[in-house]
Design a protein around this ligand. Structure first.
Ligand SMILES: NC(=O)c1ccc[n+]([C@@H]2O[C@H](COP(=O)([O-])OP(=O)(O)OC[C@H]3O[C@@H](n4cnc5c(N)ncnc54)[C@H](O)[C@@H]3O)[C@@H](O)[C@H]2O)c1
Length: 433
């Protein structure tokens, strides 16, 4: 099939490349000209394992073409994916839909035949229905069907999650062609008995935001339990292990630590609350405010732990921070808990040096005033406190004895509960969480 993907960020580029891998002819359309130039040269502007190889492969096979042109897009094929960003509005909790709206506003007047638009971006419930109205007002007589096909990929596993998803969800009106076309375009995936959930657009939109609200709640749940554990000297890791064996609960997403961040969970739970409010159902989601509060409290608490370790003052204290990305195997620093903590420590007088294997460039762009190191060792040199704030495998593997020779004081703060407490303590380190 000939497909178009609008927006070539973490979601859209992965989707475009994976659709080419499935054998489709794909046109990726992106408004950022600098990004387009890099992509056309086979250079992925962010870190996602395996993506650069697959991009180069399909630029070479010719199955993937990258462009800035909506006119070319309108002529290209019959299925159009919306994969642009839906960030939080400035000064508000709601989602900013201007990029999603721009896609249909630009496309609709150019299309001269019946086509299908599949939304992949995460949007507030009711967005698809509003876009249908927008398109109707702008189209030149073509039948432009819009359906929602939300995306569940995890950064770090984006290719695997796109080609072998846990499920495919399609929200459409039964009268259209969306089901037939979607079954055709994902035929290779559906052949492997992947669950296909066929529903209406409102339900599909809600599936995605509900999934993210649930995951955020699970993380904040264990972090709330961590607060109680800290008050009584109990071990939250053991609590998580023990309750995680219950199949109804499950161990994943039960790691206590500095909490969630990134370009999805924080903005998605806020947009969900805002939308529930507009629908007169705000009470239903008031618990998400507490989920958000618990999460943000973890960051402040982490700063308190460091200040406590430094006898109440951060002035003149050297802090080496290992990790800036919101999770390992990603260079995404959007709403990064690690950078938030780094910034707070610096504002309170500490001298902070950050190292991350992939996210330094992105971190510099949003936090230019922090110091950045080229290696974990450099970041820890003369440190009074070392903090692990992203659980990259290279940090988990650090030998405490090797690090001892570099630091001024052997204090380690394990912000992700990913280190072996006994090993670090056994090597003479003060181990804090
Ligand atoms: N990142 C993830 O892991 C992930 C997972 C599931 C869902 N999502 C959702 O997918 C959407 C995109 O997220 P992302 O992380 O890829 O965002 P992103 O910011 O990395 O990418 C968005 C891209 O769209 C481009 N763009 C903006 N307006 C455009 C337009 N009118 N036409 C063409 N391109 C345009 C931007 O320049 C940018 O490159 C969001 O709704 C997000 O919530 C993201």
């Amino acid at each position: 099939m000939r497909l178009t993907v609008f927006g070539l960020g973490y979601l859209g580029l992965t989707h475009a490349v994976c659709m080419a891998e499935l054998g489709h002819e794909v046109l990726g359309v992106e408004v950022d000209e600098a990004k387009v130039a890099r992509l056309q040269a086979g250079d992925v502007p962010f870190y996602e394992p395996g993506l650069a190889d697959l991009l180069t492969k399909h630029l070479d096979t010719g199955l993937l073409v990258i462009s800035t042109s909506y006119r070319q897009a309108a002529e290209w094929g019959d299925v159009f994916f919306i994969a642009v960003g839906t960030p939080q509005k400035k000064g508000e909790s709601a989602a900013d839909l201007r990029y999603v709206e721009a896609v249909v506003d630009n496309l609709a007047p150019l299309v001269d035949r019946d086509v299908l638009v599949l939304g992949k971006s995460t949007v507030p419930v009711g967005t698809c229905a509003k876009l249908v109205e927008r398109v109707r007002a702008r189209s030149q007589g073509a039948d432009i069907e819009i359906a929602w096909n939300p995306e569940f990929l995890r950064e770090g596993f984006a290719i695997e999650d796109t080609l072998q998803p846990d499920r495919i969800v399609l929200g459409r009106r039964p009268s259209g062609r969306a089901e037939a076309l979607t079954r055709e375009l994902y035929a290779d995936i559906l052949r492997h008995d992947t669950p296909f959930i066929l529903t209406d657009p409102e339900t599909a939109e809600l599936v995605k935001v509900s999934a993210n609200a649930f995951l955020a709640t699970k993380i904040s749940f264990i972090n709330a339990i961590a607060e109680v554990c800290e008050a009584v000297g109990a071990d939250v890791r053991a609590v998580a292990d023990a309750i995680g064996y219950d199949a109804r609960i499950g161990r994943r997403y039960l790691n206590a630590g500095i909490g969630f961040g990134g370009g999805c969970l924080p903005k998605d739970i806020r947009a969900f609350m805002a939308r529930a409010g507009e629908l007169g159902a705000s009470e239903a989601l008031t618990f998400l405010r507490e989920v958000d509060n618990v999460n943000m409290r973890r960051r402040t608490r982490m700063v308190d732990v460091v200040r406590g370790a430094c006898h109440g003052s951060l002035l003149g204290v050297n802090v080496g921070i290992l990790g800036a990305a919101f999770k390992p195997d990603s260079d995404d620093v959007r709403d990064s808990p690690a950078l938030n903590v780094a910034g707070q420590l610096q504002l309170q007088g500490a001298s902070v040096t950050v190292y991350d294997p992939k996210a330094i460039e992105n971190s510099k762009a949003i936090f230019p005033t922090l110091s950045y190191a080229a290696s974990a060792d450099d970041a820890c040199e003369n440190a009074d406190v070392v903090m692990v704030l992203t659980e990259w495998p290279e940090f988990v593997r650090i030998d405490p004895d090797d690090l001892s020779a570099l630091v001024r004081t052997k204090t380690i703060v394990d912000g992700r509960l990913c280190l072996d407490r006994q090993r670090w303590s056994g090597c003479g380190w003060t181990y804090l969480t």
